[in-house]
Design a protein around this ligand. Sequence first.
Ligand SMILES: [Zn+2]
Length: 270
Amino acid sequence: MNRVTLDVLLCGTGVNFAQGDLALSGVFLITSATDGGRPIRMIVDTGHVGMRRHVIQALAKARLKPEDIDFVALTHVHWDHVQNIDLFPSAVLVLAAAELASIQDAHARDLVTPGWTRHLFDGREVRAVVPGDELVPGVEFVDAAGHTAGSLAFAMTVDGRRAVITGDALPWAEVARLQQSALVFWDLERSQDTIRRLVEMADVLYPGHDRPFSLVGGEVEYELPFEMTMFGASFDTPGFTVGPPPILSTIDLTDGEPVGPLWTKEELEP
Ligand SMILES: [Zn+2]
């Protein structure tokens, strides 16, 4: 009998700043246990260097050492999801073959995949997979292309519910509710098809930059409370402004020039 558990080591957030990207991505731990055997442990996404200390702490809190991690799987290779892969030097890196290929020839306007990204993989054991491959018992690799060429999602049954880690194919809950994302770096149509499929197959969604949630009657129900502490300023600090949700401030990079928000809030709201 195989049993899969899923832990949110670090919760992602879509909160961002006009002056620069905060870009805190979710970091997840999947444990696949079979009777009598040693559990297989897979981390999904590792966050960026600004989260490094927190990744180390979260791992310690789970009573794990980097060498306990067998696989580090990547939903995609954007900077904010991959920078800490070196914290797990003995883990096999897992990502979609199409995503691996894309690093060599990143979209010229994909500003979040700098040229040095490929060097993160230098000297590492890399397993390039395709959707449907089986590597960890109970964990399904799901095609999530659109946000990037080889975005990958991870589906598993946890406590009788179908859980899907989406990466930025579905970056935050609002995208599931509206069934479209403005955060598309590769293919808008594929992105929308992916969002529909992921929402359809999941009981609980674990997004790239938001808390785990489910859709109940078309509305978002979060699994965890919102938690955020900011240092250095407060709401009553002069000049501090709270703005619209991030979906309005993203740009479409799929066809040349950045065009500003793909949709206005009025167009998005049904
Ligand atoms: Zn991304």
